[in-house]
Design a protein around this ligand. Structure first.
Ligand code: GCO
Length: 477
């Protein structure tokens, strides 16, 4: 079958997040974020790893950008640490913190790499958490908007792609239900309230972006994977529909249409967990429509009927030992099953390039928005040979298949803006330390041994370099 080519201006990119790469956690006036505090609570992360130094991108950004330029990257997605810019989350600007991003942006532009800026990648300032419980208070709407406006004004004209909130579904569920992330709460009523405030903050920032006449496009990054049924039994099909509504539409409908899907909202009301919608909320949400949908794609889920007294959220695999995830589900809606057709990574994530094509099709036809893949990649153990090489053919294979799925989606008519792989250099995995590597560039460090943080190009670095150069023409043999 003939595939449509990638558009000429397709953004072949790669991505990172401040806490996972920067280090310099208390340098040059930066205030603490909730992650700086959370990682110090024993038992919260793999071998007590933290991002104090991470891969020291804060001090080595020029070296990293030079590697990006050598690879031919068209775009680099990174996040801004709110507490670098505003140490307690509001009030006086810390000019030195803001200057770091100013310099990084200039360095990227000087190398013809388009900056894709994420406003929030999970590191809310501890000051706001202490002052009013962060996302749990409506005060966050104003404070997030003020912070966003500082960045819009400073970087307008230099940045053309803006991401508001990264994986709201993850930071909200992990922070307020599963307690894997700060603030480590397990309370659904509080979770759906915090989530509603995040939705309002997202829309308010988008409205501010437009009010200020900022140039470029803005949208959220959502962690999405399509939900399948284990088989065609109607009850399992219903479970898959429930899962799609619960895991995906509940979060993305509100971004695009300002309304929660009725079936899920009704289910929340029955549990006593529905957020309070105040007068004016719906209007604000409807106005704050994004220009594109950012998609972080890693895996798909396969579902079956789950009775009302069925399984709940089990334990996650954070050790990197295959098969250590537990059975999970939402009682009365769905439960997650192993898909017999799919292989999994060492962290039990299904590898499913066709799922990416399916997911892109679903989003494009439901929301009629262009899509930017803001993350996709393979977390694996990598090893450095004696010759200081990294033969990650498994990653090349993964990325090649997912790039092809994007090309197929383009052929299907989906408007694709770009592909930011996760990640450019190796980085800290929030809960899995430094053993789970995603980068094109290997960084020589272990859990609690920083070594010299030397960078080595993996085989996948060269593969992506060629892919960018040929605009994907090398994908089909
Ligand atoms: C991990 C995760 C992260 C996320 C990213 C989400 O292993 O910790 O994969 O790296 O993918 O931060 O936006």
């Amino acid at each position: 079958k003939r595939l449509s080519p990638f558009p000429k201006d397709f953004l072949w990119g790669s991505a990172s997040a401040a806490y996972q790469v920067e280090g310099a956690w208390d340098k040059d006036g930066k205030g603490p974020s909730v992650w700086d505090e959370f990682v110090r609570i024993p038992g919260t992360t793999f071998k007590e790893t933290n991002g104090d130094v991470a891969v020291d991108h804060y001090h080595r950004y020029k070296e990293d950008v030079a590697l990006m330029a050598e690879q031919g990257l068209k775009a680099y997605r990174f996040s801004i640490a709110w507490s670098r810019v505003l140490p307690t989350g509001r009030g006086e600007i810390n000019e030195q913190g803001l200057q770091f991003y100013d310099d990084l942006i200039d360095e990227l532009i000087a190398h013809n790499i388009k900056p894709v800026v994420t406003l929030y990648h999970w590191d809310i300032p501890q000051g706001l958490q202490d002052a009013y419980g962060g996302w749990e208070s409506r005060q966050i709407i104003e404070d997030f908007t003020t912070y966003a406006a500082i960045l819009f004004e400073r970087f307008n004209g230099r940045v053309h792609h803006w991401v508001t909130l990264n994986e709201q579904n993850v930071f909200i569920s992990h922070g307020y239900q599963l307690a894997y992330h700060p603030p480590g709460v397990s309370d659904e009523k509080r979770m759906y309230n915090a989530n509603h405030n995040a939705n309002l903050a997202n829309a308010s920032a988008i409205n501010k972006f437009r009010e200020l006449g900022t140039s470029g496009k803005i949208g959220p990054s959502f962690a999405y994977g399509p939900n399948y049924a284990i088989d065609a039994h109607p009850k399992n099909e219903l479970a898959a529909l429930n899962a799609e509504e619960f895991n995906a539409n509940f979060w993305m409908d509100i971004y695009v249409w300002g309304e929660y899907p009725k079936a899920i909202f009704h289910w929340l009301e029955e549990q006593g967990w529905a957020p309070e919608i105040l007068p004016g909320d719906t209007e604000l949400l409807k106005k704050g429509k994004p220009d594109f949908m950012g998609v972080n794609y890693y895996r798909t889920m396969t579902n079956a009927f789950n009775p009302i007294d069925g399984v709940g959220h089990g334990k996650m695999n954070t050790t990197g030992e295959k098969g250590t995830s537990e059975e999970k589900g939402v009682p009365g809606l769905f439960k997650i099953q192993d898909n017999p057709y799919l292989e999994k990574t060492n962290w039990d994530w299904e590898i499913d390039p066709t799922g990416l094509r399916i997911g892109l099709r679903r989003i494009a036809s439901r929301y009629r928005l262009p899509i930017l893949i803001t993350e996709n990649g393979l977390g694996e153990y990598d090893s450095l040979t004696d010759d200081k090489e990294i033969h990650d053919e498994y990653r090349i294979d993964y990325l090649r298949q997912h790039s092809l799925a994007i090309q197929e989606a383009i052929t299907d008519g989906v408007e694709m803006l770009g592909y930011c792989t996760w990640s450019f250099t190796d980085l800290l995995s929030w809960l899995n330390g430094y053993q789970k590597r995603y980068g094109f560039v290997y960084v020589d460090r272990e859990e609690n041994d920083e070594k010299e943080l030397k960078r080595y190009k993996k085989d996948s670095f060269y593969w992506y370099q060629k892919t960018i150069k040929e605009n994907g023409a090398n994908l089909v043999d």
